[in-house]
Design a protein around this ligand. Structure first.
Ligand code: NAD
Length: 295
């Protein structure tokens, strides 16, 4: 049993912290929002007065926060309050530069650190089936793995500091682009008089096969568990896809990488978001695609 401090108890962090309690760890939790703290308390965590108070005496510290600025700010606050040699893991999805800044902060104070963004959404957080993409030194990763295994089923060491975030944004850029591609194919099939099921049966067993089609099909019917069967309730909201595609574009600009489809996908999701659909599952982008005028 470890003493784990958990900071950021939102849609993802709340159930992740609850899974650590279920696994038998002592969890000391903190969030700014009262309702999140109350939920964590009823899940069996002890609530601290502040983030800095939560990390006192912890073996491992985990953060699950909205963006890079929150992570750097919280780490700046908590790292000096931690016992030297303690492991700190950030599971948020943030920009690579902020992740590296957070690692440097931990190193300066003698802490081991890992960036470990996740894939799998709120369902994965609740079911402890998340995939963790990790960046950090071998020893820190080894220590993090045994903790992360309580919250996920696949833990991948992607490389040094920031490599987890790099893997996450590259993966989500593929996802954003491929979901638009699948949506366009169904929208074209509709105009050509081809049924959804016929396109699915062919493409899912042909070279058009991809996760966006076979696990998350954007039309109702072929994949009963996909959000299309549930009014496009997220799942993974479009505004989070905008966030991840923007992180990918920021990283591409900083690294000098050409990503024209990633850029276009970002613009398409931004337009969907701006039209008031930010809370719709990202597979709902097919509705936007259907509405586009042919130029
Ligand atoms: P959320 O907004 O529900 O939760 C974030 C929590 O952080 C909130 O409860 C907020 O009060 C808390 N917080 C903010 N600043 C804080 C501070 N200074 N001290 C303590 N707590 C603070 O967000 P979420 O959906 O849980 O996502 C968290 C991260 O995981 C994000 O980076 C997101 O991109 C990523 N992510 C989300 C999903 C998803 O499906 N929701 C999937 C994969 C990754």
């Amino acid at each position: 049993m470890a003493n784990i401090a958990f900071i950021g108890l939102g849609n993802m962090g709340g159930p992740m912290a609850a899974n650590l309690v279920k696994a038998g760890h002592k969890v000391i939790a903190f969030d700014l929002v009262e309702a999140s703290k109350n939920q964590a308390k009823s899940d069996g965590a002890t609530i601290a007065e502040s983030a800095a108070a939560a990390v006192k005496g912890a073996d491992t510290v985990i953060t699950m926060l909205p963006a890079g600025k929150h992570v750097v700010s919280v780490w700046t606050d908590v790292v000096p309050a931690m016992t030297k040699g303690t492991l700190i893991i950030d599971c948020s999805t943030i920009d690579v530069e902020s992740a590296k800044q957070a690692h440097a902060l931990a190193a300066k104070h003698g802490m081991a650190s890992v960036d470990a963004p996740v894939s799998g959404g709120t369902g994965g957080a609740k079911g402890a089936t998340l995939t963790f993409m990790c960046g950090g030194e071998d020893k820190a990763f080894g220590a993090a793995k045994s903790v992360l295994e309580n919250m996920g089923k696949k833990i991948v060491h992607c490389g040094g500091a920031g490599a987890g975030q790099a893997a996450k944004i590259c993966n989500n850029m593929i996802l954003g682009i491929s979901m638009i591609g699948v949506g366009e194919a169904f929208a074209l099939a509709e105009k050509l008089g081809l049924s959804h099921q016929a396109l699915f049966d062919v493409a899912s067993t042909s070279s058009g096969q991809c996760w966006a089609l076979t696990s998350y099909c954007p039309v109702p019917g072929p994949v009963p568990t996909s959000p299309a069967n549930n009014g496009y309730k997220p799942g993974f909201a479009s505004n989070l896809m905008v966030k991840d595609l923007t992180l990918a574009q920021d990283a591409a600009n900083a690294a000098g990488a050409a990503t024209p489809l990633g850029k276009h996908a970002q613009e398409i999701y931004k337009a969907f978001d701006a039209a008031g659909h930010g809370g719709v599952d990202f597979s709902g982008i097919i509705q936007h695609v259907r509405g586009l005028a042919r130029k």
